[in-house]
Design a protein around this ligand. Structure first.
Ligand code: 5GP
Ligand code: ZN
Length: 111
C-alpha cells in the first residue's frame, strides 16, 4: 500500500486526528496554510472528488457536513473548502480529501 492517507487511516503513519466517524476522518494538515487547516478524508480510497461522486455521493455529502460541523466548533464565521483535482490544480496526494481552511481572510481568485 503506497497511499499516505490510507496509511494514516490504518494508523501506520501518525496524524493529529480531529474527527473519526462513519465513512470519514479528519486530521490537521502537516503544512497548514491558515490557523485552521484540516483535511477531511473518506476512509475508502478514491482518487478524487469526482470518483467519490460517481461511486457514493453520500460520502461527499458527509464530508461537507463534517466541514460545517468542525468549522462551527472552531467558531469560524467563514471558511473555504477545496478539492484539488489533478497535479495541474495542485493535487499532490491522490487519495481524495477536502481541505477545510479558515481563521484568516482569503483572497480571490486563488493563486
Ligand atoms: P493536495 O495538494 O493534494 O490538495 O493536498 C495534500 C495535502 O496533504 C497538503 O496540504 C499537504 O500538506 C498534506 N499532507 C501531505 N502529506 C501529509 C502527511 O503525511 N500528513 C498530513 N497530516 N498531511 C499531509
Ligand atoms: Zn488511499
Amino acid at each position: 500500500m503506497e497511499c499516505i492517507f490510507c496509511k494514516i487511516i490504518v494508523g501506520e503513519i501518525p496524524a493529529k486526528l480531529i474527527y473519526d466517524r462513519n465513512e470519514v476522518i479528519a486530521f490537521d494538515d502537516i503544512n497548514p496554510q491558515a490557523p485552521t487547516h484540516l483535511l477531511i478524508v473518506p476512509k475508502k480510497h478514491f482518487e478524487n472528488a469526482g470518483e467519490i461522486a460517481e461511486s457514493d455521493a453520500e460520502i461527499l455529502a458527509e464530508m461537507f457536513r463534517v466541514a460545517k460541523e468542525l468549522a462551527k466548533g472552531r467558531g469560524l464565521s467563514g471558511y473555504r473548502t477545496v478539492f484539488n483535482t489533478g497535479a495541474e490544480a495542485g493535487q499532490s496526494v491522490f487519495h481524495a480529501h477536502l481541505h477545510l481552511i479558515g481563521g484568516r481572510a482569503f483572497g480571490w481568485p486563488p493563486g
